[in-house]
Design a protein around this ligand. Structure first.
Ligand SMILES: [Fe+2]
Length: 496
């Protein structure tokens, strides 16, 4: 057993500081015994969510991971790998050329009228990314910016964030502006649109896609010139768990059977049985979150420290990611041809993976994706625009804010009701009423002693109250048997 010094991360001025996992694991030999100096409920900041072991150093995993590879591998995957590499050549060039043009932008009036262009829907389902324009007026967004700045000013001696000496990401969850944004009809309807793109192949899956719920996350207000809040390319939702956990592995069944084009990222049925965290990761998301999201409350041009994503065919990038550990370069990762790579079932290598870590990717760990050319900044956003990205999309944060005004973001995902999510929601109602952070976030007094946070009693509209878990959910029209059961269970759990 060993201890990983996460406290180092909390004291660093820059998130992207390497941690030497290889050294820790080599001396341990047993990944399943990982423990941490800090519990999940530490008094940290967003820095605790990332390990960023730099991608330059492969992580030495115990031998049982080579056993795992051998138990999963099938002979026909060599041909699948060959096909995936061939398709990637064209896909990489397309993304490197087109960049943010590949990210679909949906005007909110199309969502409102229920008449979104088929071509836009196709592109959302291909890339797993979507900008929603104009659901919130620019004036309303500007009022949120003023409100957040007032909140910062009024509570100056209690405010926490990252980095603490020059905060770019605030540990705010319960401010008036955040709650107003989460419960804004334009956001709720946009999230419903995104959730409608998902489906349950098993009608008994316990999820109601027609019942969006809230998940309280932070505020980013990044200053011009900031370089502290930089994150390299990664995918949320654990790393080794994708192969190690049987339920999670089942999400890639088509890929691991050799049919990567048959992979359906929008089928949520297998996702409900996945365990995204086998190692007690710090800062993980413990609800099922099919899309992470952000809402801009200032204009944010693409060079102003915004998010970066890989807007590639999600089936292709996922197939590559899932097959990557089974192959190794013969003479260095810069050689990308099929013949330059060999089958690797002997080593325990899972590039970019470590216990209790997100899957971190680079040109060394995942060279065929050519991430330094293909991970692209979001297009310019107006204040009030939203962006959603599928949980399998590779994303990063621009290293530097190159603009001349602060860029403001509320992190607001699109989350459906599930039984597990309802359990989290119940706790979140409790913490909301007290002005505390949700269970997934750094603990402490939070905003409980701050002036001007939202009073739950002031939330009156039914859709807002349901989203926040303050009022019983209705069984949706044409609910699947699983959705009906889910709503009934959640209501019982939350209100009876
Ligand atoms: Fe992330």
């Amino acid at each position: 057993m060993y201890k990983t010094s996460y406290s180092r991360l909390l004291t660093t001025a820059r998130i992207a500081k390497p941690i030497n996992f290889a050294r820790h694991l080599a001396t341990s030999g047993k990944a399943s015994t990982v423990t941490h100096d800090l519990s999940k409920n530490n008094n940290g900041s967003i820095a605790s969510a990332f390990n960023n072991f730099s991608g330059k150093e492969d992580v030495a995993l115990p031998p049982r991971f080579s056993d795992l590879k051998q138990s999963i591998f099938k002979e026909n995957l060599v041909e699948t790998w060959r096909q995936v590499l061939a398709h990637l050549k064209d896909a990489v060039e397309e993304v490197a050329t087109e960049q943010a043009n590949l990210i679909p932008k949906v005007p909110y009036d199309q969502i409102q009228s229920g008449n979104v262009d088929e071509e836009l829907i196709k592109r959302i389902k291909t890339t797993g990314t979507c900008v929603v324009q104009g659901a919130v007026s620019q004036d309303k967004a500007a009022s949120w910016e003023h409100s957040i700045k007032d909140y910062i000013e009024c509570n100056a001696d209690r405010v926490k964030g990252f980095p603490q000496d020059d905060i770019q990401v605030y540990e705010f969850y319960n401010s008036v502006a955040q709650i107003e944004a989460r419960t804004h009809p334009g956001l709720i309807q946009s999230q419903q649109f995104m959730l409608d793109l998902l489906h349950a192949s098993d009608p008994h899956s316990q999820i109601s896609l027609q019942t969006p719920i809230s998940y309280f996350d932070r505020v980013q207000l990044r200053k011009p010139g900031d370089e502290s809040f930089a994150l390299g390319p990664h995918i949320d939702g654990g790393s080794l768990e994708r192969w190690e956990d049987e339920g999670y592995r089942n999400c890639w069944k088509s890929i691991l059977n050799g049919d990567w084009k048959g992979h359906d990222p929008f089928d949520i049925s297998p996702r409900l049985n996945a365990n995204y965290d086998l190692y007690g990761a710090i800062g993980g998301c413990s609800v099922y979150r099919p899309y992470q999201g952000l809402t801009a409350f200032t204009p944010i041009r693409s060079h102003e420290g915004t998010l970066r994503v890989l807007p590639m065919d999600l089936r292709l990038s996922t197939a590559y990611t899932i097959l990557r550990p089974f192959f190794a370069p013969k003479r260095g990762p810069q050689h990308l041809d099929f013949d330059d790579w060999k089958l690797d079932l002997e080593s325990s290598s899972f590039p970019g993976c470590a216990p209790a870590s997100t899957l971190e990717m680079s040109d060394l760990t995942h060279p065929h994706l050519q991430l330094s050319r293909t991970v692209t900044s979001l297009p310019d956003l107006n204040a009030g625009d939203q962006f959603y990205w599928h949980s399998d999309v590779i994303h990063a944060v621009n290293a530097k804010h190159e603009g001349d005004r602060e860029s403001g973001i509320f992190f607001i995902p699109a989350i459906p009701l599930t039984v597990n999510n309802a359990h989290y929601l119940k706790q979140q109602v409790h913490t909301f009423k007290q002005g505390l952070p949700g269970k997934d976030f750094p603990q402490g007094e939070g905003e409980s002693n701050m002036v001007g946070r939202m009073d739950p009693a002031k939330i009156l509209t039914g859709s807002a109250r349901q989203l926040l878990g303050l009022e019983r959910f209705s069984v949706p029209q044409q609910a699947t048997p699983g959705a009906k059961t889910t709503v009934e269970k959640a209501n019982g759990f939350l209100f009876d």
